[in-house]
Design a protein around this ligand. Structure first.
Ligand code: PLP
Length: 482
């Protein structure tokens, strides 16, 4: 493809996306296809001869569109949002077009420097204590990861290495074998309400993850955490890292950071905070009460790619002491060495698991500049208000009970009576496909999560969802015996 065709193809693709996003409200949010549908539409082999881009674009309509779940439809209320905005999309395109790989400062200085600056901007926007910022004295700083899952895994691995390194420093005579044996005794802790990625980090890092039963507010209490740690210590095990969650996936509960931090500092344990979804709300000062005690944490992560209009993937991680990342993650080779290594800018390859890295900071920069803090705050507040609106509608129908009131953009609820009622409602909703919600079971109770996800969602979309909820609930009670 030459540059002229690229211009035409690129412009046509932008038009295609603008049309899609402008009209996404009118599409059924869940597709009608069956597993394996695409095999019937595409050839078995890759084309031998080059094809015209116009033919490929036509196949978007024929093969791709019918199988899409429309994540940006205002009728999408499942999981948590995934961000999408025009500045974010253009940022993605610029990053792909420039195609730099900024694993060291020298490999693309602008990539590294923009990331350092935008993560300081973002850290200040969410009220992070200065110890986490590159612009403050000390070793704090931010880095973009691909996902919150990666950020948790990274911190777990760094906490593991920190423990072993400190042990070795204290006992230089310990052999490799003895150090390995201690490593095998490390344990990690998180709430049983934490995201699946947290448990997975434990599996991948070979550090068993204790899932602490959450209390009646779905939070991990300091006392339950302490009890688990003390039990493990008695068994000769070694607590290594605690992962707190701000905005748990099932109910958007917040672990009490200060209480947990006190336990972590008493036992010398790394404290990582996973605020994948809720972190974006911290740009509004009225939500900062949830991160009371954050100054005591070792690391903090949230996903601008969830709720801050930066297209996937863009997960922001800050640490207080970046030397610990570098100590655990750096593996040197002559071809990676450069003359500016000690000039005060990070070589981000040592702040992450992979070597290669995309220029993600561009899309973050575009979004921060083109919206500005004020518009982003307005956006978060409007989404929270819509969740409250839905809660009010639920409260007006006494067949429903609120499971957890609207918090951020999420409200959870159930039908009164046995779980069967709620499960039947979920099944009806998934069959009719007019809105997309997901259910969960917490503390033995089936419930439905209703999240405000799309940036296009308005009050009339919330009413649309409510009408659908009422229709499908009527059917539940028509078919279930009294
Ligand atoms: N942590 C929490 C609390 C989440 O809600 C999610 C996803 O919804 C994740 C982590 C995983 O995020 P990612 O897909 O960026 O790994």
């Amino acid at each position: 493809m030459d540059a002229q065709s690229f211009r035409e193809f690129g412009k046509a693709a932008i038009d295609y996306l603008a049309d899609y996003l402008e009209n996404v409200r009118d599409k059924q949010v869940l597709p009608n296809v069956e597993p394996g549908y695409m095999r019937k539409l595409l050839p078995e082999e890759a084309p031998e001869e080059p094809e015209d881009w116009r033919e490929v674009l036509k196949d978007m309509d024929r093969a791709i569109m019918p199988g899409l779940t429309h994540w940006h439809s205002p009728h999408f209320h499942a999981f948590y949002p995934t961000a999408n905005s025009y500045p974010g999309i253009v940022g993605e395109m610029m990053s792909a077009g420039l195609g730099t790989i900024g694993f060291t400062w020298m490999s693309s200085p602008a990539s590294t420097e923009l990331e350092v600056i935008t993560l300081d901007w973002l850290g200040k926007m969410i009220g992070l204590p200065p110890q986490f910022l590159s612009c403050s004295p000390g070793y704090g700083g931010g880095v973009l990861q691909g996902s919150a899952s990666e950020a948790t895994l990274l911190c777990l691995l760094v906490a593991r290495e920190r423990y072993v390194q400190r042990l070795h420093e204290k006992n230089p005579s310990l052999t490799e074998q003895e150090l390995r044996a201690t490593k095998a005794k490390l344990v990690a802790y998180a709430s049983d309400q934490s995201n699946s990625s947290v448990e997975k980090a434990g599996i991948l890092g070979s550090v068993p993850m204790r899932l602490i039963p959450a209390d009646e507010k779905f939070q991990m209490s300091g006392s339950n955490l302490r009890a688990a740690i003390e039990a493990d210590l008695k068994e000769g095990l070694v607590p290594c890292i605690v992962i707190s969650t701000l905005g748990t996936t099932p109910t958007c509960a917040n672990d009490p950071l200060r209480e947990i931090a006190a336990v972590c500092s008493e036992f010398g344990i790394w404290h990582h905070v996973d605020a994948a979804y809720s972190g974006a709300a911290l740009i509004c000062p009225e939500y900062r009460y949830i991160c009371e005690g954050i100054e005591l944490a070792d690391s903090f992560n949230f996903n601008p790619h969830k709720w801050m209009l930066v297209n996937f993937d863009c997960s922001a991680l800050w640490v207080k002491d970046s030397r610990e990342l570098v100590a655990a993650m750096s593996v040197d080779r002559a071809y990676l060495v450069h003359t500016q290594q000690d000039a005060g800018m990070p070589d981000y390859r040592n702040w992450q698991i992979p070597l290669g890295r995309r220029f993600r900071a561009l899309k973050l920069w575009f979004v921060l500049r083109i919206y500005g803090v004020k518009k982003l705050q307005e956006y978060i507040r409007a989404q929270c208000k819509l969740a409250t609106d839905f809660e009010m509608l639920l409260r007006g129908d006494d067949r429903f009970e609120i499971f957890t009131p609207a918090h951020m953009g999420l409200v959870t609820f159930r039908l009164k009576g046995p779980n069967e009622n709620t499960n039947k409602l979920m099944a009806n909703l998934q069959k009719s496909k007019k809105i997309y919600v997901v259910g969960a079971e917490v503390g033995g109770k089936a419930m439905i999560r209703f999240a405000i996800c799309s940036r296009f969602t308005t009050f009339s979309d919330v009413e649309f969802a409510w009408n659908e909820m009422v229709n499908q609930t009527d059917k539940v009670f028509l078919t279930l015996p009294e």
